[in-house]
Write a protein that binds this ligand. Structure first.
Ligand SMILES: CC(C)(COP(=O)(O)OP(=O)(O)OC[C@H]1O[C@@H](n2cnc3c(N)ncnc32)[C@H](O)[C@@H]1OP(=O)(O)O)[C@@H](O)C(=O)NCCC(=O)NCCS
Length: 265
């Protein structure tokens, strides 16, 4: 990986601005040795899921709270998240969460809570991970972008494929890691298929991720398409599926429009 110094400094600044927030990973015990538990030089604690049932249960409740009808079922959490991999977590005192969420979880102010979480699944292709669930309950702090970035560093991911909806605020978070190359529609379909796309992020250049994280990476879009213009967005996915190089450039979405760049970036 190229220069990660700038990214490491930004990550340090995030933790010093938010005292009480710490980085963890929750997964089957045997994965601890395969992970980078000093991502960007920062300390991360590995929590074996076999011995941290309460935290796994809290994650389950938060995932189902955030995603409603498509929240993760318990058996999927164990069989497809925790057994093959590990969830990256930003833990914080419960007082940092909104009161209604704290009440939903039944936590007292100083009890440990999950402030943000990201899960990316391992794939058949070395270095390639599949983004599955991004959650953040610390709005306005950048926690979503940091839990995603640091989890991918812990996993030693060099490429990421993920699924997003054009109109979800998460697109701006995903674009904090760099331009999103449009891949096409979701293999096998999706509950929100008509407004959902697959993207790929190249994580191999740490300096570029750092630039995108600070919104210093500026790439002129060639088209702006309203997030509600599903026919135009569908035509874009046809072109991506036919092999054309198309990117959503940071910040990804602006004033209700996706920022598209046609051709090389
Ligand atoms: C999506 C989510 C992870 C974002 O969390 P976060 O990163 O802590 O949120 P932030 O407050 O930093 O907002 C992220 C970005 O979205 C923008 N945003 C927030 N609310 C928005 C809204 N209602 N409409 C448009 N943009 C919005 C923010 O301006 C910010 O962009 P910026 O950093 O460029 O300014 C969080 O809202 C969440 O957990 N949602 C439920 C689960 C979900 O939908 N996950 C994503 C699909 S996998």
């Amino acid at each position: 990986m190229r220069d990660t110094e700038a990214l490491a400094r930004q990550a340090e600044a995030f933790f010093s601005e938010h005292p009480g927030v710490s980085l963890m990973a929750l997964g089957a015990g045997e994965h601890a040795e395969s992970m980078d538990l000093s991502p960007l030089g920062l300390p991360a604690t590995y929590l074996p899921a076999e011995r941290n049932l309460e935290l796994a249960t809290q994650y389950l409740a938060l995932n189902q709270f955030a995603f409603g009808g498509i929240g993760v079922p318990r058996w999927v959490l164990s069989d497809l998240y925790l057994m093959p991999g590990a969830i990256g977590l930003l833990r914080c005192p419960a007082r940092m969460l909104k009161p209604e969420l704290r009440a939903h979880l039944g936590l007292a102010d100083e009890e440990p809570a999950i402030g943000a979480a990201y899960y990316a699944a391992p794939s058949m292709t070395p270095g390639l991970f599949i983004g599955v669930s991004l959650l953040s309950f610390l709005p306005g702090t950048g926690a979503g972008a940091w839990v995603k970035t640091l989890t991918l560093r812990m996993l030693r991911a060099t490429r990421l494929r993920g699924v997003a909806q054009w109109d979800n605020p998460s697109v701006r978070v995903h674009a904090r890691l760099g331009p999103l190359r449009l891949v096409g529609r979701v293999p096998g379909g999706h509950e929100y298929g008509e407004r959902t796309f697959v993207y790929e992020t190249d994580l191999s250049d740490g300096a570029r991720v750092a630039e995108a994280m600070e919104r210093r990476l500026s790439l002129e879009p060639t088209r702006r398409i309203a997030v509600t213009d599903l026919p135009a967005l569908s035509a874009l996915l046809d072109r991506a599926e036919a092999g054309e190089a198309l990117y959503l450039v940071p910040p990804g979405v602006q004033d209700g429009h996706v920022l598209v760049r046609e051709g090389a970036h």
